[in-house]
Ligand binder design. Structure first.
Ligand code: G3H
Ligand code: 13P
Ligand code: ZN
Length: 322
């Protein structure tokens, strides 16, 4: 199977009450870990590349790695997506260079400017066989050069989504319902504590999600900032020389609920970073004499695979849907 767009994936996911995982890729081990898990579980998957990933690894290297993953996993649909495209030129360059899907993220711009830029990207993408994700609302957290402090995010306004989708022609819409980028999604002040004293994040705004679904029946919704920041990784990192106090993510059961509704794409990057960092820190502590990158990148790749397999089965529900 060649690279596919997300169109059919989303139609099936919407009707089947599950979501497709969109995992950020930056190097070979990450591409392999994700696609080995998806391949074994017969799950469709989206590999996404940020502007920063492109600057780090180079467009051609990333496309070739993804093409290799497609060749190695011929039975599952794989889409190659630009994450957080910030200009028409960047989106065009990715479409021209083999991506099947792009995100134009003009969510920090005023409504009319967001519409104008999104529409321009949609026209180019559709003329070249690619699909477009757009965004309305602002998430907290850090993504590339944009940083939004906790408390300064703004939820998507359901009363705007229909006009936005009608006027832009976008294929999916990322909305802000309380998820957030990075490994520190909430401040302690935003959380409550359970009986064991452990921080409990504020619940996602399902009322906002349902408001958007009412206005856009049948239309695929995307959630960014959906890492769960597994505390077992944070613990390993902190016990092996790392310093990540108060790292906290989105509870997986809430993402599972969202996946049963119109949420068809769930973005995960930070959990990949945490899985690899935990394993590599622990490896270096346990094997101070080792210096062959294959020795520590092999378990790091396995950790990515295990984490992605867990998400596919327990969070996304996309296993067996290829
Ligand atoms: O939402 C942002 C993604 O986690 C990508 O992060 O821009 O550091 O590659 P990055
Ligand atoms: P996380 O930081 O929660 O992994 O979010 C990733 C993301 O939204 C990529 O676009
Ligand atoms: Zn994002």
């Amino acid at each position: 199977m060649a690279l596919v767009t997300t169109k059919e994936m989303f139609e099936k996911a919407y009707n089947g009450g599950y979501a497709i995982g969109a995992f950020n890729v930056n190097n070979m081990e990450i591409v392999q870990g994700i696609t080995e898990a998806a391949g074994e579980l017969k799950s469709p998957v989206i590999l996404q590349v940020s502007k920063g990933a492109r600057a780090y690894a180079n467009h051609t290297y990333l496309v070739k790695l993804v093409e290799a993953a497609v060749a190695e996993n011929p039975d599952i649909p794989i889409a190659l997506h630009l994450d957080h495209g910030d200009s028409f030129e960047l989106c065009k360059s990715c479409i021209d260079g083999g991506f099947t899907s792009v995100m134009i993220d003009a969510s920090s711009k005023p409504f009319e400017e967001n519409i104008a830029l999104t529409k321009q990207v949609v026209e180019y993408a559709h003329a070249h066989g690619a699909v477009v994700e757009a965004e309305l609302g602002t998430l907290a957290g850090v993504e590339d050069e944009v940083s939004v402090e906790a408390g300064h995010e703004s939820y998507t306004r359901p009363e705007e989504v229909e006009e936005f989708v009608d006027r832009t022609g976008c294929d999916s819409l990322a909305i802000a319902i309380g998820t957030s980028h990075g490994a520190y999604k909430f401040t302690a002040a935003q959380c409550t504590r359970n009986e064991k004293g452990i921080l409990v994040p504020p619940p996602l705004r399902f009322d906002v999600l349902k408001g958007c679904i009412e206005k856009l029946p049948g239309f695929p919704i995307v959630l960014h900032g959906s890492s769960s920041v597994p505390q077992e990784f944070v613990k390993i990192i902190n016990e092996n020389g790392g310093k990540m106090p108060d790292a906290i993510g989105i509870p997986e059961d809430q993402l599972r609920e969202a996946a049963k509704l119109a949420v068809c794409k769930i973005n995960i990057d930070s959990d990949i970073r945490l899985a690899m960092t935990a394993v590599i820190r622990q490896y270096f502590n346990e094997h101070p004499d080792h210096f062959d990158p294959r020795q520590y990148l092999k378990p790091a790749r396995q950790a990515v695979k295990d984490m992605v397999a867990h998400k596919i089965v327990n969070v996304l529900g996309s296993d067996g849907k290829a």
